[in-house]
Ligand binder design. Sequence first.
Ligand SMILES: [Zn+2]
Length: 80
Amino acid sequence: MNCNKSSKVSSIGNWLQCREFIEGIGSSKGTICGKWRRALHFEVQTDDWECFCSVQWDPYHADCSVPQALTEEAKARELF
Ligand SMILES: [Zn+2]
């Protein structure tokens, strides 16, 4: 018997981190967004990936002003 669990395909099974730089206000230096967003499985992490990139499959979260959808714990659970 060949039980291949990897044949289960999900179109969304990836998490990428937003690298959008958010400018600081006044004298503060600013920071990167750093939120994790759900992404299609063929999307890859790049140095300039940003929340807006997910607009095609998850428009609700495709903005740096929207809080991250899940905690690290929930993320790990879903990936498992
Ligand atoms: Zn962002």
